[in-house]
Write a protein that binds this ligand. Structure first.
Ligand code: 13P
Length: 266
């Protein structure tokens, strides 16, 4: 029994960050596929997506197609531009051509290390939508924000800035990732995650109405493990997880994808 919204298929997404070269990526995807098959994983309720580094995408895409694996694929970033003199950048058109379904936008590491502000995130979300990619917009507060303005103000502002520049018909995914919980081993509590995800859904409702609010999947990310995933997914507004470190271990990520086995009904 999935506690998240009935009409929203759960999404368990693995953000590999800057880990694994293209050969290692093949080994991990193969192991993940075998592990899920061995455990009789049913993908009807749960979509599993992986976000490898750019240099791995072609290898992973080829493997997914050849072995007919039920994994969605995404890039970790994209250029706001479609083509041209942007050395080192990757166009959404290229990700689309590699059969990517998704692309991360505004991950806190991009915001912190590459100075990506809301304006850049808006342009990247628009670029993703132009190329038929579903942007996974990452929002979240730092530890300092948490102390000064509380947990919801910053993620709500980051989401609102993007929503106001896209249409109510656009399909996006939102990932609430409190910066203090990322890679720290200290996740938000399930209650905190649900509280913020509910406020983020209200924000979508306020800006674009019921249809987009009801269909948009909102994920939690930050120190997600197989031992805490079930608690997060019990939240009515938490529709999945964006997993960093734990997505690099096939057994652990498979166990996270099988969160339904850990969910107990009250
Ligand atoms: P961890 O799961 O390693 O905390 O990372 C979360 C994250 O940043 C996913 O995008």
């Amino acid at each position: 029994m999935v506690a998240s919204g009935d009409n929203r298929r759960a999404l368990i997404a693995g953000n590999w960050k800057m880990n694994l070269d293209h050969l290692q990526s093949i080994a991990l995807v193969q192991k993940l596929a075998w592990t899920l098959k061995d455990r009789n994983f049913q993908s009807d309720h749960v979509e599993v997506a992986i976000f490898p580094p750019f240099t791995d995408l072609r290898s992973v895409q080829t493997l997914i197609a050849a072995d007919k694996l039920e994994f969605s694929l995404g890039g970790q970033d994209l250029s706001p531009h479609d083509s041209g003199a942007h050395t080192g950048d990757i166009s959404g058109a290229f990700l689309s051509a590699l059969a990517c379904d998704y692309v991360l936008v505004g991950h806190s590491e991009r915001r912190a290390h590459h100075g990506e502000d809301d304006e850049v995130c808006v342009a990247k979300v628009q670029a993703a939508l132009r190329h038929s990619l579903t942007p996974v917009l990452c929002v979240g507060e730092t530890a300092e924000d948490l102390e000064t303005v509380g947990q919801s103000a910053v993620p709500v502002a980051q989401l609102g800035a993007v929503l106001r520049e896209i249409s109510a018909e656009a399909d996006i995914v939102v990932a609430y990732e409190p910066v203090w919980a990322i890679g720290s081993g200290t996740p938000a509590t399930a209650e905190q995650a649900q509280e913020v995800c509910a406020v983020l859904r209200d924000t979508i409702r306020d800006v674009h109405g019921d249809a987009q609010a009801d269909r948009t999947r909102i994920l939690y990310g930050g120190s997600v493990k197989s031992s805490n995933i079930a608690g997060f997914l019990r939240g009515a507004d938490v529709d999945g997880a964006l997993v960093g470190g734990a997505s690099l271990d096939a057994e652990e990520f498979a166990a996270i994808a099988q969160f339904e086995k850990h969910v107990t009904i009250d």
